[in-house]
Design a protein around this ligand. Sequence first.
Ligand code: NAP
Length: 221
Amino acid sequence: MPGRPARRLIGFLGGTGPQGRGLGLRLAAAGHRVLLGSRDPERASAVLKELRSPVGALVGVGNREACEAEVVFVTVPYAAQRDTLAPLGDALDDKIVVTCVNALAFDERGPRPVRVEAGSAAEECALLLPRARIVSAFHDVSARRLLHLDEPVGIDVLMCGDDEDAKAEVALLAADIPGMRAVDAGPLRLSAPIEDLTAVLMSVNRRYSIHAGICVDGLAR
Ligand SMILES: NC(=O)c1ccc[n+]([C@@H]2O[C@H](COP(=O)([O-])OP(=O)(O)OC[C@H]3O[C@@H](n4cnc5c(N)ncnc54)[C@H](OP(=O)(O)O)[C@@H]3O)[C@@H](O)[C@H]2O)c1
């Protein structure tokens, strides 16, 4: 993208969980500055100590401060999405918001899709943040793979959204992570099957004790 700064400021809401930690570490390793957000900034700072991240590349902050970033990832459980986003709406106006949230619930048999009135967790996110530029992505990459920093991720991530420029920006961020490629699956309304597919992948992973992802063939690398 012409004129794109090489080093972006990237925020995470609920960045203290495995998905936020994994993506945050990978993006920091790629040279970006990361604001790892939490409901409790002290918890975010404690998590960073655990991660032994390079000094300065990641900073632990409150969720509202994480919204000061240029691109903000949502990495909270679906059950926490509404309570997390509703008070932050104004802070995210015009921002690229990348939602990794899967509308899933869990019981002893594993994950299952949850029916969402808006259609998907990502479409609900778009309703909660009507002036943000929503991109649904990184649903189908296991945090375990992200957290093994010494290994390339080696998978494709399905991405969808209605803002073409925002998707292009997110695809560049994905490409900054070794062995990762974003594949544009189309409009935001396709997020439901992508989120549901994550339940299938998690079930496969559980059955075979692996951390499988998706590779789309036929596309030039
Ligand atoms: N884990 C994976 O491999 C993976 C892969 C792809 C996509 N995802 C998606 O990414 C999202 C995050 O996954 P995760 O495994 O990292 O989740 P998680 O560990 O369950 O939660 C992430 C963070 O969200 C915050 N949070 C938890 N409950 C909350 C509540 N009730 N209200 C507000 N904030 C709350 C917590 O941060 P604070 O306590 O610090 O505020 C927590 O550390 C999920 O929607 C998941 O479907 C996960």
